[in-house]
Design a protein around this ligand. Structure first.
Ligand SMILES: [Zn+2]
Length: 134
């Protein structure tokens, strides 16, 4: 417990880290680590950085800036899907093959292929990264 308190104290006031925690003390002097975005209280003894509890919460925290970024990615993907007219990997790859042999200016091919690559790359954040074939 003392060890945990020390850890929490040592990172207080540190900025620019991936920490999503904020430490506050109650009247009895025990420290409560809370999410800086939504105020979620972490279990006693949660370190303010490099903790699974923090990582897990960041993934689901409604107010974390990542949710905004994800919403934007979703919006951009929807716009690209509307332009390209394909969603799944097989469809996109077929579309790319068609674009490569289509009698259109290179600039249009590049734009189409880039759009397809962007859709493929953002299809699933946690799946293995595709190698670029360009
Ligand atoms: Zn939160």
């Amino acid at each position: 417990m003392t060890e945990d308190n020390k850890k929490v104290k040592s990172v207080e006031g540190k900025s620019g880290t991936a920490s999503a925690g904020s430490v506050s003390s109650d009247l009895l002097g025990s420290r409560v680590l809370t999410c800086v975005y939504c105020g979620h209280e972490y279990p006693d003894g949660t370190p303010s950085w490099n903790s699974q509890a923090l990582t897990d919460h960041i993934k689901i925290c409604e107010k974390h800036p990542m949710r905004q970024a994800e919403a934007k990615i979703k919006k951009l993907r929807a716009a690209l899907i509307g332009l390209i007219g394909a969603v799944d990997k097989a469809e996109l790859e077929k579309m790319e093959a068609l674009i490569r042999i289509a009698p259109v200016p290179d600039i249009d091919k590049t734009a189409g292929i880039n759009a397809i690559q962007a859709l493929l790359d953002t299809a699933s954040q946690q799946s293995n990264r595709r190698k670029s074939r360009l």
